[in-house]
Design a protein around this ligand. Structure first.
Ligand code: SF4
Ligand code: FES
Length: 235
């Protein structure tokens, strides 16, 4: 079958305005959109730019807006699309070229929540022990591949007036450490999140949960952070 892809193009080095270009690609219904994008680059236009690496929903690098919804091109099959498919870069971020966006601000916010285990007591003789029940509390959050689809889809991040909101992806990672029984920095973590651009920036719009390719209950996890902070204040 032939699939048509209408793709956002932008090359700042050429000094031109962004435009859309339609390509036709011969594809098998079981091909992924990523295969079609690669075919365009390899066979039709080597200047076409986008990120990808693993091809299997692991690296998180091929997040893009597909027919208006953010997702991974490697997880979308040609058979699930009709007529023309609109492919655009992730919103919220500055476009560097074609589908490549500048994710530096995204990672700055991620680093700001201290995405690592912090312990203060002396290390145990062997490993830090954790029960299966304790591990299950944050097991889902570990699936996050930092694809940025949630943050790009969040109406709060999309609104210029509230764009300083830390965003759902950073909060999922904050949840992961806040609910880890081995971590000993909950006070510090709460201080980083307890403000209007932190966890309280979330307006519970659920868009992050709708688009997450790893099916993480993003909004619920953010809600649990809010609850934990609220409960700490009551005690
Ligand atoms: Fe991607 Fe889901 Fe992680 Fe957000 S929570 S960055 S959508 S994997
Ligand atoms: Fe790695 Fe899609 S290419 S997640």
């Amino acid at each position: 079958m032939i699939i048509k892809l209408k793709i956002f193009r932008f090359d700042p080095q050429k000094g031109e305005k962004p435009y859309y270009q339609t390509f036709e690609v011969e594809a098998d219904p079981m091909d992924r959109l990523l295969d079609c994008l690669n075919r365009i680059r390899w066979e039709q236009d080597p200047t076409f730019s986008f990120r990808w690496s693993c091809g299997h929903g692991i690296c998180g690098s091929d997040g893009m807006r597909i027919n208006g919804i953010c997702g991974l091109a490697c997880q979308k099959l040609v058979r699930d699309f009709k007529e023309e498919v609109l492919i655009e870069p992730l919103p919220v971020f500055k476009v560097i070229k074609d589908l490549i966006v500048d994710l530096e601000p995204f990672f700055q916010r991620y680093y700001a929540i201290k995405p690592y285990l912090i312990t203060k007591t002396s290390p145990p003789e062997r490993e830090h022990k954790q029960s299966p029940a304790e591990q299950r509390l944050f097991e889902e959050a570990i699936r996050c591949i930092l694809c940025a689809c949630c943050t790009a889809s969040c109406p709060v991040n999309q609104n210029e007036e509230t764009a300083s909101y830390i965003g759902p992806a950073a909060l999922v990672r904050a949840f992961r450490y806040l609910f880890d029984s081995r971590d000993e920095a909950s006070e510090e973590r709460v201080a980083l999140l307890d403000h209007k651009d932190g966890v309280w920036g979330c307006q519970t719009k659920w868009k992050c949960t709708e688009v997450c390719p790893k099916e993480i209950s993003v909004t619920k996890e953010i809600g649990q952070i809010k609850k934990r902070i609220y409960e700490r204040k009551q005690n």
